[in-house]
Write a protein that binds this ligand. Structure first.
Ligand code: F6R
Length: 618
């Protein structure tokens, strides 16, 4: 949610900043802007431009009227919170005298009172944003004699909320200063140059050495130095780390969309997320789980908290945890969690699932859980992000950077991490025998090949998308672990194709939603594998019921399941896998369908309207 870039070095800052913004545009694309510090008549001066809409609008303006040469700059790509997405509200915002430029991600919660204070002191604010208030406060500190670092420390002590701020001062041209509280910011460490970004994609082209910052810290960058302090000015240290992926991971690699590329990367992402999880003697081993076996044995309840697609991964996890570990598992939307006074004890394991590791709702939920002394384990794809840092333990997924706004490989790798966690708990608690765990691990290790098989049938799914390009509504039905898959299929379609889409537990249909069925309505049906229980047969009955009322059924069913053929208007085959693992293959055709349908409808698949990749505001 908002992408931020900062640069000081020897290259032309305009190019570095714009390239960084291009790689961060998935975080927000309501407007984009840049500010550079350059020399003018022997003194430092600011040059800035900002435009509503996508980065392309700013680039076009800069092509027509390039900014002066400079080697220090900041940039911003916005997901609007305060104020409409227009030129005036776009970042950077300048101080009253135009000496200071500031970009911001997050929300300054006490901005109204600060704004009133500034207006009383005669400041004229030009935008409706909370950010401009911080710009005026900063510049006032500079005017009163503080340097930019001190000014930043001082104003941060006055700000409430979650924020990342990055500023430049025309009178201090070789310095960029930033601050963070509960909002992402990483430093890129170069040779004779240094970078700032909301995530490492902003500078991965230039360096893979990064510095993770802690909470409530201010960082000052010059060409050759990076220094960190607390908001109180005390010296502090960031944590250096090496980024283990390179620029190619942040490129489309011949695909039309990042999302499509990421769908096709799923066999690799799932395989990578399984690597190194077994000891030579075959035991499951999760080295990032920094909770003792004793602590885990005492766990008597699991609560999973997450948002959106990650929440659906959590719903699948509930089936696995309750089945394999025989302990109750609740799944809760992070945005609702702390408002319902949840019952948490020291024996509750709270599992936070977040691809980005920065989702504000999830972060606030884990903070609440920790105040109740529950143990928190994060499942996360982003090294060094806030949620794993504030958790007691973490299982990292190894999807690589996910740039398409709609989550795909993030989801599949979260499922893998959930299965691993459930199996690990079963091993520690002794609720499953070692050979049962080994059997599931063997099945999991076959999943990349199964996902690959599904991807090889992509052309059939694309042909279906052609047939439904005029659909105004699509339903998705599933049962058991297929129910969250149905919800996920519907979410993908809503966010990418902007059409009405809903997922239902197939058994619920007759309790109301069946009234929605009308002639020609497309209904995707996730058919459970044939097994000992009656799940499969009940699903087949449900399919017959909707078809009898005129729906066009698109069935996802395992290879060899002929019972479904008479009732399927279209049939997509899935490899034969156990019911609990079926989401790993069943989600894939639904991702392909949404991606293709949105493409045919002419939508921007990677940057759907109104959305942003990491939702860092509540
Ligand atoms: C949907 C999607 C979102 C995210 C949700 C949580 O395609 O991507 O629903 O899943 O915003 O994000 P994370 O997992 O980063 O906490």
């Amino acid at each position: 949610m908002c992408g931020i870039v900062g640069y000081v070095g020897q290259q032309q800052a305009q190019g570095v900043v714009i390239e960084g913004l291009r790689r961060l545009e998935y975080r927000g694309y309501d407007s984009a802007g840049i500010a550079l510090v350059h020399a003018s008549e022997g003194r430092g001066a600011l040059a800035a431009d900002k435009r509503a809409g996508k980065l392309a609008n700013l680039e076009k303006a800069l092509d027509e009227r390039p900014l002066p040469e400079s080697s220090t700059g900041i940039g911003h790509t916005r997901w609007a919170t305060h104020g409409a997405p227009n030129d005036r509200n776009a970042h950077p915002h300048l101080g009253a005298a135009g000496r200071l430029a500031l970009v911001h991600n997050g929300i300054i919660e006490n901005f109204a009172e600060l704004r009133a204070e500034l207006e009383q002191a005669g400041h004229e604010l030009r935008s409706e944003t909370d950010t401009e208030v911080a710009a005026h406060l900063l510049e006032r500190e500079l005017r009163d004699g503080a340097d930019l670092t001190t000014a930043m420390q001082r104003i941060c002590r006055r700000l409430a909320g979650a924020f990342t701020l990055v500023a430049v001062d025309a009178e201090d041209p070789d310095r960029v200063v930033a601050a963070r509280r509960s909002s992402p910011l990483v430093v890129g460490l170069g040779e004779g140059e240094n970078f700032l970004g909301s995530d490492v994609a902003a500078f991965i082209e230039h360096t893979r050495e990064a510095l993770e910052l802690g909470q409530d810290q201010v960082v000052t960058l010059s060409r050759d130095d990076v220094s960190v302090t607390t908001f109180d000015g005390a010296p502090a240290e960031g944590t250096p780390y090496h980024v283990d992926w390179d620029l190619s991971a942040a490129e489309k690699d011949g695909h039309d969309w990042f999302m499509r590329k990421e769908i096709f990367e799923q066999p690799r992402a799932v395989a990578d997320s399984l690597i190194g999880r077994r000891t030579p003697t075959g035991e499951l081993h999760l080295d990032e789980v920094r909770l003792s076996d004793g602590d885990l044995r005492d766990i008597d309840k699991v609560i999973i908290i997450a948002c959106g697609t990650s929440f659906y991964a959590g719903m699948v996890a509930k089936y696995a945890i309750e089945h394999w570990c025989r302990i109750p598992c609740e799944v809760e939307l992070a945005s609702e969690f702390r408002y319902r006074d949840p019952i948490l004890t020291r024996e509750t394991l709270v599992v936070a699932i977040s691809q980005s590791g920065e989702t504000a709702d999830t972060l606030q939920a884990i903070r609440h859980a920790r105040t109740q002394r529950s143990k928190v384990l994060a499942i996360c794809n982003t090294n060094g992000s806030t949620i794993p840092r504030e958790s007691d333990a973490v299982i990292y997924t190894h999807a690589g950077p996910e740039i398409g706004v709609a989550s795909t490989k993030g989801f599949l790798t979260q499922l893998v991490a959930c299965y691993l966690l459930a199996l690990y708990l079963a091993q520690v608690k002794g609720t499953r025998y070692g050979d049962e765990i080994t059997q599931v691990m063997n099945q999991l290790e076959q999943m990349p090949a199964h996902i690959q098989t599904v991807l090889e049938g992509a052309a059939d799914v694309y042909a279906l998308a052609q047939d439904y390009v005029d659909a105004r509504s699509v339903l998705f039905l599933g049962r058991h672990a297929g129910f969250p898959v149905a919800l996920e299929g519907a979410l993908k379609l809503k966010e990418l194709a902007y059409i009405h889409a809903e997922g239902f537990a197939a058994g619920e249909l007759k309790h109301g939603p069946i009234a929605l069925i009308e002639e020609g309505l497309p209904v995707w049906c996730v058919v459970p594998p044939r097994g000992r229980d009656q799940l499969h047969d009940k699903m087949v009955s449900g399919i017959q019921e909707v078809r009898a009322r005129g729906a066009r059924t698109i069935c996802l069913a395992e290879a060899g399941d002929e019972s479904i053929t008479p009732y399927a208007d279209a049939l997509i085959r899935l490899p034969k896998v156990p019911v609990l693992l079926q989401p790993l293959v069943a989600a894939v055709p639904l991702q392909l369908f949404a991606c293709e349908l949105a493409t045919l409808m002419g939508h921007d698949v990677d940057q759907p309207r109104n959305l942003a990749k990491s939702v860092t505001v509540e």
